[in-house]
Design a protein around this ligand. Sequence first.
Ligand code: ZN
Ligand code: ZN
Length: 300
Amino acid sequence: MRWLTLLAIAIGGSLALVRVRDRPSTTRGSVILWTLAAELAAALWLFRWYAAIPLAVLFTVFGLAVLSLWMERKMPPAEPDMRARIARLERAKDHALRVLEGPWTSDAKEAYFGTVAAYQLLRGKHGGTGEAALAIAQSRAEQAASALEGADAEEFRAAFAAGRETLVTLLPPRPADKAPAERVLRRGENSFELPCSVCSAPAVLIHAQGEQIAYEGITKSTTIPADGEVFALLARGELPALHLRLQRHAVLEDGIDGYCPQCDRIYCARHYSPREEYDEGFYDCTRGTCPQGHSRILDD
Ligand SMILES: [Zn+2]
Ligand SMILES: [Zn+2]
């Protein structure tokens, strides 16, 4: 019975410590001190004085040891792993700085520091900003790698991909996807929205702008000359025909950038996963892959 009392206090103190584990260390310290004081009071009451102090300390330390073992097990193993991945990217960056010149050195730096920033932001529960930082870092990494050659390029890409792989697991959970009620939403007289067929996020906006038509897609924003047929096709929801119609304009030679012709569906940037491709350090095109695995050039 007397032992059980000491054990109960140790468990109570440990549970209190779990509750304050994210608080400053002074709070955690005072929980430990209070547990120790309670153990001591109980031990003095239950045992002879010369046995009380060692028993109180023993039970408190025992409780803490069990607790720290338990918490250790629940810690994600990602941390030292991510440190190693960041170190690998840093080595690749340092090597790139020795090999590259001009603007590509800053691409290599931005890829590295963007990854570090994304890691800090995602750990600090700033998911949205962290995700944006990661997207920029990815684009910079691709540009830097394209300016490198052979094994250097491969290592830079692989080092960035390894870091990104861990960061993606830290992204905050998203609300469940909800498909839109309609393929084309009318926003006004000559104003239309094409929502993502998976999550309903606005993917493409097409609206009259003075004498022209403004186009805001997932990879570009531009304007084309007035074309009554474009609005007529939107009003009828004829996306395949609209996709072809827009290709008549040089600035939209790849059609609706959020549209997968093979699925006949619209996807937002998140679901079409646009990836910028670079050729020897210069922008080449943006390629997208839809959730069904269809790949095409969205912007050239
Ligand atoms: Zn989407
Ligand atoms: Zn598709």
